[in-house]
Each structure stands twice: as structure tokens, then as C-alpha cells.
Design a protein. Structure first.
Lengths: 235, 437
């Protein structure tokens, strides 16, 4: 009975205790790393946010139309706060991965390595998306102003198409960078973009064939458009 | 401006602002020194430049026969034989009853280097003027059809005999000719710098050798000034640098017609961009000046028939209303929500009732200048987005002055100028404040 008690009950408990004791330093290390990570994340987030407020990032973003775009997207925070929070979560993510790595478990180590290898792609894709967004705003604003000054009635439609075209292109590039359904993205983008161009060509050719004819005649023969009498000299 | 003329040694020591071709260099050295230089920038003006050269030659022979003079044609690579037309142009002095001419007019025909545009052509003319130690210079457009020999005297005499540094032209123009000048550039320049130069972007100017040096020493020759902002830049620099400025009455200005709507937005962008950029540079000058003073006008003033100008008001109002419909978010960013809201009722009014009042227009221009200063958006976009607003204001001016004579219409422009001056404190106050967010 005593043997049974020792071998069947105490031995497994003893082994479990030894295993727990063996893992306990790692768990403690994980807790310290994660805890320290949270503190560092909070500190870095606050510092970054305050620093960006000092260098007036919010004013700069306002000039670029980023604040308005964020507001349109339902984001009420200003860019300084957003960047600060991003820094906070990046540090948290690293701290958690480092903490899990301290457990020294094979699957978690593999995940951490894969995640770290993927970070450059994530950063590149983010840069592509941000640059694409800013470029699309700039281009669509320029297109809108030019179209209005040219007296084209569908000015806003043309500007919106240019905006979505650039954003679609940036999204396709970002997804390709991330390796998400690469072939589907490239083919999908090709079909969509080609379709838009084809549809625009058809719409212009069929719906506005007189305008197209006049435009081509004017361009090719370098003839001035007939205008109602107006010889205002502005300068 | 200093009062002393440059000495030959000073000229030798000065570093060249722009390189001249070897042929031009040797021609300049051969000529040595002159008292008068007249410059003509050109690009494909073969059909009109001959008349301009003859008028200049006759003017110099008739009014300055005993002074050494040179004519400089700075050409932008014309393909229609413009330089040949300049070299071929001769005057029959006998027919003009001019007998007292001591020497033949020297000519320098040279291409210019740098960014294509009138500014780069002027830079080469200024450089040659400096090398030749010219005491008085004038520049005239190469597409002028109404230039007479008297223009040359009127542009140069105030500099040579009255010690002025800058002579701006004073033309008789149709009330609807020069609407950017009338609604923006003249009133704004007058309100800012306190001098009533009626045609600050006239295109034909006289200036002293001292002012030439000042122009060449400015670092603007790679900017838009080198393209088409040169006229307003020259006038503003002259006033802001403290040069003695006057005007000369030249009669009517008739020049080759350009397609009026070829690219109004680009034209407005260049002119307004130059004015706003100069506001940034000369803030210390204009922020302390109040009111304005008349600028002396030389020459015998007379009434003259001017070419009629056809105006399509409906088209301008339609352009404004489309701008209001499509560009409202951009205007809100530039002008603010309140001012854009003030414009909103104009979206539906009939042509007869359409008006942009003086005070609102002045605030629009001042807010645009502030937005440009604060870089609230890409500057090219900001300036081009003002085109429908400008057309709306022009339509207002046409509607208000339809039954008025040119002199009476000038009274309306005077009212607008006073509105600019009375609102200037608003601009000064807001210039250094934090931009609107």
C-alpha cells in the first residue's frame, strides 16, 4: 500500500513539481520581460507622442490633409497620439514575443522567428500604403482643380477615379509585398484596372463621341476650339 | 538705392551673374561702355519685332543722339528667324526728320541661358547692362504694335535727367483689359507697399544701372521669377528696396493677341505665386506701411480709343458656380468655413443678381495669401483653385461697370483699392499667427 502510494501518487507529483521548478525561472523571466516591456512601451509611447507634439507633427499632417482623412475615416485621435500608440503596441508586441521566447518552447520559438522575418515586409507594405494614400490625395486634388478649371462637369467623378486608381494600385503592391494571394492580387488588379480603362474608353467613345471627335480633331490639327466671343485679357 | 554710379573698376570686379556666349562676350568687350541700353526679350516674334527695333532705334536717335546706346535682343531660341528680323530692321531717319544722330545704334543679338522664360531673357540683358556699365536701361516687349519712339524717351528720361531708379509704364487700357491687374495685382501691391503703381506688371520698364545691379544680386533666377513672374518681381523689388519710382504715360498698349483662355489657371498661378512669394520676402517692408501715396506720372496724358473687349459673363459665372459646387472643401481649407459659407448663396443666384462684394473679395485674397504663407496645401493647388473665384469677381466687375465709361470704371477700381487698404490691418495681424486648422 505504501509502495502504491509512493509510486502511483507521489512520484508523478514529484515529477510535476520538478518540471514546474524547471520551468518556473523561465516563466518568471517571461513575466519580468513582459512587465518591463509594458513599462517601456508606456514610456516610449508617451515620449514619442510628446516629442511629435513639440515638432508640430499635427500641423504638418493637417497641411497634407491627413487629419481630414482620419476624421473622414472615423478616427478622432490626432496623428501624434496615433504614432505614440503605434510605438506603444510595437514595443508590447516585441516584449510579448521576447517573453514567450524566454519559455524556450519549440513552437513559440518558431513562431517568433517567422514573425521577426516577416516584419520587414510589414514595414514595406505599410510604407507603400501610406505613400499611396498621400499620393492619391495629392493627385486627386490636382485632377479635381484642373478638371473644374477646364469646365468639365464630371470633375468630382474624374478626381474620385484617380484617387481610387492610385489607392488600388498601392493596395495591390502592398498585398504582393505581404505575399498574400500574390497571383490573385496581380490578376485581380490587372482585370480591374484594365476594365476601368476599357469602360472609360467605351464611355468616352460611345457616350461622348462628338466630344472625342472634336478633341481629337483639335489636338491633331492643332486648331483652336471655337469659343463664344470672349477676348478678355487678364494681365 | 545708392546715389553713386558704378565705376568701371567696380564692374570688372563683379562676379558674372550668368554666362554669356563667346560671341556676345567679344561683342560686349568691343563696345566697351554705353550710357543707355534697351533690351528686347523675344521668342518667335519675327512678325512684330522689326517694328519694335525700328521704334527703339528712332527713339534713341531722336531723343538721345549724343549718348552711346546699345540695343540687346535676348532670344529664347526662336525658330522663325526673329534674330534675323532684329539685325535686318533699319530706320529711314530722313523720313522721320531725324538728322542729328552722332553714331549708329549698336546691336547685340544673343541667346539666353537658364530656365526658358522672360525672366531668364532679362537676366542676360541685365548682365550685359552691368558689363557695359549702362547708366539707364529700358526693356520693351517684342510683340508690341503700338510702341512709338516717344516710349523710349518716356522710359529713359526720368532716369537720366530726374535721377529716378525705376519707371513703370502707364497705359490707357479698356476697362476689361488687364483684369488680374485691376482686381488683384494693382490694389494688392498698392495696399502692401504704399505706392500707387497702376501697371505693376506692364511689361515695359525703365530702370537705372544701380537697380540692375540690385536685380542681378538677388537669388531668384532659378525660381518662377525666371519664367513669367519677372514683371511684378521687378516692380516690387524696386519699391521694396527703396528705389525712386515713377510712371510714364505711354498711351494705348496694343500687342499681339494671345488665346485669352489658353491657360488662365497657369497664368494666375504664376502671377499670384510671385506676388505671394514677394510678400513673404518683404514682410518687414509691407507690414509697417500704411495707406498709399500717388506715384508721379511723366508724359502728356490724352484720351485715346482702345480696342473693344468682348466678355462672356455667363461663362464666367458658370465657372465660378462649378467651382463652388466642386471645390468647396478646398476653399474651406484655404479661406475658412465662414468665408466659403458667405459665397454659398451665389450658387443659385441669377446673372443679374450675381455679385462678389469688394470687402469679401479682399478677404478672399488676404486669406489666400495667408494660406500660401502657412503652406496649408500644395501651393500650386492653392493658387489654381482660386481661378473660379477670380472669374466670379471678374464677372462682378463687368456687371457693375457695364454702362460706365473707362474713367468711371477706374473709379470702381479705386474703391476696391481703398477696400484693400482698409482691410490691411487684418492681414498684418494674422500673418504671424498660427495657421487655421
Amino acid at each position: 500500500m505504501k509502495d502504491f502510494f509512493e509510486t502511483a501518487l507521489l512520484a508523478p507529483l514529484e515529477q510535476l513539481g520538478r518540471q514546474v521548478l524547471a520551468v518556473l525561472p523561465n516563466v518568471l523571466a517571461m513575466a519580468i520581460i513582459v512587465g518591463f516591456g509594458f513599462v517601456a512601451a508606456w514610456g516610449l509611447g508617451q515620449t514619442v507622442e510628446r516629442l511629435l507634439r513639440v515638432v508640430r507633427l499635427d500641423d504638418f499632417c493637417n497641411r497634407l490633409g491627413i487629419n481630414a482623412a482620419l476624421a473622414r475615416g472615423g478616427v478622432k485621435s490626432d496623428p501624434s497620439h496615433l504614432v505614440g500608440r503605434t510605438a506603444y503596441w510595437i514595443v508590447i508586441a516585441f516584449a510579448v514575443i521576447a517573453g514567450l521566447g524566454a519559455l524556450n518552447l519549440q513552437p513559440i520559438n518558431q513562431f517568433a522567428q517567422s514573425f521577426l522575418a516577416y516584419i520587414p515586409h510589414l514595414l514595406t507594405a505599410s510604407v507603400i500604403l501610406i505613400a499611396g494614400y498621400l499620393l492619391s490625395n495629392f493627385i486627386s486634388q490636382g485632377v479635381l482643380i484642373t478638371a473644374v478649371n477646364a469646365g468639365l462637369p464630371p470633375a468630382r467623378l474624374i478626381a474620385a477615379m484617380s484617387r481610387w486608381g492610385v489607392q488600388l494600385f498601392a493596395l495591390a503592391m502592398a498585398l504582393e509585398e505581404l505575399g498574400i494571394a500574390q497571383s490573385v492580387v496581380v490578376v485581380g488588379f490587372g482585370i480591374t484596372f484594365g476594365g476601368i480603362v476599357f469602360a472609360s474608353g467605351l464611355a468616352f467613345g460611345l457616350g461622348a463621341k462628338d466630344l472625342a471627335k472634336e478633341y481629337l480633331e483639335r489636338t491633331l490639327s492643332n486648331r483652336a476650339r471655337e469659343r463664344p466671343p470672349d477676348d478678355l485679357r487678364h494681365l | 538705392m545708392g546715389s553713386d554710379q558704378r565705376g568701371p573698376s567696380d564692374v570688372q570686379l563683379m562676379k558674372p551673374s550668368v554666362a554669356l556666349t563667346p560671341e556676345t562676350e567679344s561683342r560686349v568687350q568691343a563696345i566697351g561702355e554705353v550710357e543707355i541700353l534697351v533690351g528686347i526679350p523675344s521668342y518667335n516674334n519675327a512678325d512684330t519685332i522689326g517694328h519694335v527695333v525700328r521704334a527703339v532705334s528712332a527713339g534713341l536717335a531722336k531723343y538721345f543722339p549724343d549718348r552711346r546706346a546699345v540695343l540687346v535682343n535676348s532670344d529664347g531660341g526662336s525658330s522663325d528667324g526673329t534674330p534675323d528680323a532684329v539685325s535686318r530692321a533699319v530706320v529711314d531717319f530722313g523720313a522721320l526728320l531725324i538728322s542729328d544722330q552722332q553714331s549708329r545704334l549698336q546691336k547685340i543679338i544673343t541667346p539666353y541661358h537658364g530656365i526658358p522664360g522672360k525672366g531668364s531673357a532679362f537676366r542676360t540683358i541685365f548682365e550685359i547692362a552691368r558689363r557695359l556699365n549702362a547708366r539707364a536701361c529700358a526693356v520693351v516687349d517684342s510683340d508690341l504694335r503700338s510702341i512709338t519712339p516717344e516710349w523710349i524717351e518716356l522710359l529713359l528720361r526720368p532716369i537720366l535727367d530726374e535721377n529716378y531708379d525705376y519707371v513703370a509704364p502707364y497705359y490707357l487700357r479698356h476697362k476689361y483689359d488687364g483684369t488680374i491687374t485691376n482686381s488683384i495685382v494693382y490694389p494688392l501691391t498698392r495696399a502692401l507697399y504704399g505706392q500707387r503703381v497702376r501697371q505693376p506688371i506692364g511689361g515695359d520698364f525703365g530702370f537705372s544701372g544701380r537697380l540692375t545691379d540690385h536685380y542681378l544680386d538677388q537669388h531668384v533666377w532659378e525660381s518662377d521669377v525666371a519664367r513669367f513672374g519677372i514683371d511684378i518681381w521687378m516692380t516690387t523689388e524696386a519699391i521694396a528696396s527703396g528705389a525712386r519710382v515713377c510712371q510714364s504715360f505711354l498711351g494705348a498698349k496694343i500687342h499681339n493677341p494671345k488665346d485669352p483662355a489658353s491657360d488662365l489657371a497657369a497664368m494666375l498661378m504664376q502671377v499670384l505665386g510671385a506676388v505671394f512669394a514677394l510678400m513673404e520676402e518683404h514682410h518687414s517692408v509691407w507690414s509697417s506701411r500704411q495707406d498709399s501715396t500717388p506715384v508721379k506720372v511723366f508724359g502728356f496724358q490724352y484720351e485715346v480709343g482702345v480696342e473693344p473687349v468682348n466678355v462672356n459673363v455667363e461663362r464666367m459665372i458658370a465657372a465660378f458656380q462649378q467651382g463652388l459646387a466642386d471645390l468647396a472643401p478646398i476653399w474651406e481649407q484655404v479661406l475658412g468655413r465662414e468665408m466659403t459659407a458667405e459665397l454659398m448663396p451665389l450658387r443659385t443666384v441669377s446673372s443679374a443678381e450675381f455679385r462678389i462684394p469688394d470687402d469679401l473679395w479682399v478677404r478672399v485674397i488676404y486669406e489666400a495669401a495667408l494660406a500660401y504663407h502657412a503652406c496649408l496645401m500644395p501651393r500650386e493647388h492653392l493658387l489654381k483653385a482660386l481661378t473660379p473665384l477670380y472669374l466670379g469677381r471678374t464677372a462682378t466687375f463687368v456687371l457693375e461697370t457695364q454702362g460706365l465709361t473707362t474713367v468711371e470704371a477706374e473709379g470702381r477700381i479705386e474703391q476696391l483699392c481703398l477696400a484693400y487698404e482698409s482691410r490691411k490691418s487684418y492681414l498684418v495681424e494674422r500673418w504671424n499667427h498660427k495657421p487655421r486648422t
